[in-house]
Design a protein around this ligand. Structure first.
Ligand code: ADP
Ligand code: MG
Length: 376
């Protein structure tokens, strides 16, 4: 990948890049739609990354190109980028970081993170360029600050109202670990997953049904959560616990109540998962993953038939637990499963999807991997 992105840069811009940086996609073990409610999440970086080869320029022009298409997009740092397709992600990061800029840059991206699969190719591209610019502009931002910069680019420039989980995972991830993040205090700590010791892997079942967060579903869920917090008199749903559910049911509309119940119970499930991991209690871990999926399917209503089938087949194939991962309305499910059962999981999923008339899913293991870094 490092060779490929260097070659792409040279072919596009005609000279050698100053360096190569990369950032991983992420899978979320548990804690979905809790980030923008100031709750808890437990994602990990995956062994699929977006690489950027980059060189500073002495003028204020920024050019970005990617093997995703043949196009090179160009802006000037003096104006906010608009309408530039995928280039809004990296140019958005540059825009948010402009106060530290020492001039423009040329950048070329190569990635093996599946796009639109809920594995956060968007955070991977944002975080790869954020670490690169932080270095070449001597911006001195911490990884935590760079994660928030990536989120701001996605919210304010791309226009997707997403929380901070994806960028935090991509920036702060560590090998063999998940990142436990408290989205209220912004405290983050690595949590050892220790899957290897139990011969377990996390398998991704990518339904290949693409989601888009800038579409309506995500925004409408956020609005339900904000309304719920407002009516119940708290600044965010983090201010509520399972004990508040009867009051929530009495005061909220039926739909808003179910949205709020998902968030409240999901926060508790993240904390319970930490406990289960600490005790190597795999049965409990499995129960929590399944309960999370059920809550997303029934209360939050962000699953789709393909994801429900993926979870069902994973469990029939002997998984410890399984759930959809990411924002929903498409994308991927994860299954924690014995590594010797990967082959049958793949065969069973493909057969079941074929029978149901769905697209052929992609099944692959992901290894918890390090966060954003310089590679060359
Ligand atoms: P996800 O983050 O789940 O993959 P998103 O819809 O949030 O899905 O982000 C996907 C978008 O991010 C793509 O449609 C594209 O605009 C941009 N993107 C991601 N990776 C790349 C890349 N390597 N090159 C160019 N654009 C990319
Ligand atoms: Mg995304």
């Amino acid at each position: 990948m490092i060779e490929a992105v260097t070659k792409g840069f040279k072919e596009t811009f005609g000279y050698e890049p100053a360096g190569v940086w990369s950032a991983p996609g992420r899978a979320n073990l548990i804690g979905e739609h809790t980030d923008y409610n100031e709750g808890f999440v437990l994602p990990f970086g995956i062994d699929k990354r977006t690489y950027v080869a980059l060189s500073p320029r002495s003028d204020s022009i920024c050019r970005v190109s990617s093997d995703i298409d043949g196009n090179t997009y160009q802006t000037d740092l003096s104006s906010k980028p608009v309408g530039l397709d995928w280039a809004l992600y990296p140019l958005g990061v540059a825009w948010v970081m402009r106060e530290w800029s020492k001039g423009g840059f040329d950048a070329y991206f190569t990635s093996n993170v599946p796009v639109g699969s809920g594995l956060s190719s968007s955070a991977a591209i944002e975080c790869s360029i954020a670490v690169a610019l932080n270095e070449i502009w001597s911006a001195g931002r911490t990884k935590q600050q760079l994660a928030l910069i990536g989120q701001r680019a996605e919210n304010d420039v791309v226009g997707a109202p997403t929380g901070m989980m994806d960028q935090t995972a991509s920036m702060l991830a560590e090998a063999d670990s998940a990142v436990f993040l408290d989205c209220q205090s912004l405290e983050a700590k690595p949590v050892s997953l220790n899957l290897e010791a139990h011969d377990l892997v996390v398998a991704v079942i990518d339904t290949r049904v693409a989601h888009r967060h800038s579409d309506g579903g995500y925004r409408v869920r956020r609005e339900s959560c904000e309304r719920g917090a407002d009516i119940l008199g708290v600044s965010s749903l983090r201010g509520l616990s399972v004990a508040d559910l009867p009051r929530a049911e009495a005061e909220l509309s039926e739909v808003d109540f179910r949205r709020v119940r998902h968030v409240i119970t999901e926060n508790q499930r993240v904390l319970d998962t930490l406990e289960a991991l600490k005790n190597s209690d795999l049965e409990r871990l499995g129960e929590l993953l399944l309960a999370s999926h059920a809550s997303m399917a029934k209360d939050f209503e962000i699953s789709i038939d393909e994801l429900d089938l993926a979870v069902e087949v994973a469990m029939q194939s002997g998984a410890v637990g399984s759930r959809m991962t990411g924002g929903g309305f498409g994308g991927a499910a994860i299954a924690v499963i014995n590594k010797n059962l990967l082959g049958s999981l793949e065969a069973n999923c493909k057969a079941a999807f074929d029978k149901a008339g769905y697209l052929e899913p992609k099944i692959f293991p992901v290894v918890p991997s390090a966060g954003a870094r310089r590679d060359r």
